[in-house]
Design a protein around this ligand. Sequence first.
Ligand code: B12
Length: 220
Amino acid sequence: MTAMVRDQDNRAELIRLVADLNETAALSLVEARIITDEDPLAIVEDCQEGLRQVGELYEKRVYYLSGLIMAGEIFREAMELLHPTIKVRLSGNETGTILLGTVRGDIHDIGKNSLSMLLTSYGFTVHDLGVDVAPAEFLLEALQIKPDIIGLSGLLTSSFDAMRETIHMIKSSGEKGISTLPIIIGGNQLNQQVCQYVGADHWVTDAMTGVRLCQQLLGN
Ligand code: B12
């Protein structure tokens, strides 16, 4: 079997194991792929695709809330295994501060934490406000730490209004150096239409594009 066919098989297999919520086998395969020196971002992508499929199965009522919880746990553990490799393989000397948080009403933080890990590996300073962050808290923290970029995460359709409110509060604050800060929204349900609705400057659906965007915005 050629290495390419084996890699393709491993990719499809990991997606299936995550979608099946087979924690032990999924994590063993992640470990095996790390040992063969595979690109860690490809492994993250496969886990993310597995999680997307879990989301679909939840919508079809094949899985219940416990399925979502289990999937989140598998992803978190996979990221823990991948963290040291990502740190070594994807290091950089970027400068700049990013204020990050999941918006009000939303407690999804796996994607936000992955982004934070990547940004930190590349050298950025990240101030992570956590989940369910109120619009006023984003503004107050921005005033205090004076970031270069603000990143809002949200995975629920209902998060769009919280993003809109947060962005409106920041942009209409009239605070010098704050109201003009670039605001990026991230989450896999986003598109150009949502970006326009909430008034963000940029939108992304994956963390690596987010890192590249921060590099561009800061002229690094
Ligand atoms: C795991 C999960 C959960 C876990 C979350 C655990 C945790 N600590 O985060 C738990 C069980 C808590 C959960 C709860 C709920 N969930 Co949920 N969940 C998921 C699931 C399966 C995976 C999400 C995930 O982590 N993906 C993997 C990460 C890596 O991807 P990501 O978040 O998109 O992040 C990437 C990018 O988007 C980007 N990114 C993310 N944020 C940012 C920010 C910036 C600035 C940038 C640059 C980039 C960036 O970088 C990341 C890496 O590439 C999704 C399904 C799906 N398709 O996403 C449903 C999903 C998001 N959940 C859903 C629902 C309905 C719920 C609940 C309402 C269920 C309920 N009945 O209670 C609750 C809501 C709780 C709340 N108030 O927030 C729906 C949302 C539907 C909708 N249209 O609103 C989804 C889509 C499932 C579905 N298909 O129905 N959930």
